[in-house]
Design a protein around this ligand. Structure first.
Ligand code: C2E
Ligand code: MG
Ligand code: MG
Ligand code: MG
Length: 281
């Protein structure tokens, strides 16, 4: 009987693996089509504000995809698929180009922050793509910020460092995203031409309950300040979190407290219509 159960388990496991593989292949095919016609691929923007004045200093560009069958697919699901399948090149260019164009229409002159995947960095193509997006839109380099994760920095580290140095020379700013979740180290901040660190949302959340996390956040902020770096805290949702971060000397704040990621005004109606078809994520 034990043997039968074992076999059954294996069979169920095989079916589960096959189901997942099929789902993954289907998702990739659907994403490929979506990127080809750019039909339901959007860039949403979330404000980043000055911690003391509350003024909007930047907006982060966050990609969104609505699939006819699946509804809104979270970026945490489809960005990894894009990275594994080589579609990230097209996706990355689309977001970069659109973000630069959209930022030129902002009356407040805020910067735009664009997420760059590990797969886009250190390949010898990023600097050209950034130059092109800036030239096509007319956006000054100083209004573009690139968000890169620590993990991305370590993939092809030498080539990445070179690219970031060239981008910095253009006047583009570089922010280290999800700081504290990777192999954080002071030496990396110096070597990689970083202007800014984004303290990961998990620390902001934990800080409310754990004094140890609150200490980590305070130490990160003061370390960054001594190095001449700007700090942004992600996922700030409450007044208490804002107050603590402000007291700690955090420079900028991002989170639902100030605003959620929203579509461009010209996409709002279409997005609204899609929401009624399939619920918003
Ligand atoms: P990220 O770059 O760390 O982006 C911040 C995430 O936190 C976003 O999730 C944002 O919607 C969410 N967020 C902001 N404020 C709050 C808050 O107060 N509370 C909570 N709970 N969440 C908040 P989103 O848009 O789902 O994106 C997830 C991740 O997907 C991003 O993390 C980024 O790594 C990736 N991603 C998104 N857009 C792009 C893109 O255009 N290119 C690349 N390569 N990656 C992207
Ligand atoms: Mg980001
Ligand atoms: Mg982040
Ligand atoms: Mg994050």
């Amino acid at each position: 009987a034990a043997k039968d159960a074992g076999k059954g388990t294996v069979r169920v496991f095989d079916q589960e693996m096959e189901r997942r593989l099929t789902a993954r292949i289907d998702l990739e095919a659907a994403l490929r089509r979506a990127l080809a016609d750019e039909e339901r691929v959007f860039v949403f923007y979330q404000p980043i504000v000055d911690a003391t004045t509350g003024r909007v200093t930047a907006r982060e560009a966050l990609v969104r995809w609505h699939d006819a069958d699946r509804g809104w697919v979270p970026p945490n699901q489809f960005v990894p698929v894009a990275e594994e399948s080589g579609l990230i090149g097209d996706l990355g260019r689309l977001v970069l180009t659109r973000a630069c164009q959209d930022a030129t229409t902002w009356a407040d002159g805020a910067r735009v922050a664009v997420n760059i995947s590990a797969e886009q960095l250190g390949r010898g193509t990023l600097v050209g793509e950034v130059r092109e997006a800036l030239a096509a839109s007319g956006l000054p380099a100083g209004r573009l910020e690139l968000e890169i994760t620590e993990t991305a920095m370590f993939t092809r580290a030498e080539a990445s460092t070179q690219e970031l140095a060239e981008l910095t020379a253009l006047g583009v700013r570089v922010a280290l995203d999800d700081f504290g979740t990777g192999y954080s180290s002071l030496s990396h901040l110096i070597a990689f031409h970083i202007d800014k660190i984004k303290i990961d949302g998990s620390f902001v959340r934990e800080s409310s309950e754990s004094p140890a996390s609150a200490t980590v956040v305070r130490a990160l902020i003061s370390m960054a300040r001594e190095m001449g770096l700007t700090t942004v805290a992600e996922c700030v949702e409450t007044e208490q979190e804002l107050e603590r971060l402000r007291n700690d000397g955090c420079t900028e704040i991002q989170g639902y407290l100030y605003g959620r990621p929203e579509p461009r005004p010209q996409d709002a109606q279409y997005v609204q219509a899609l929401n009624t078809l399939r619920p918003r994520i």
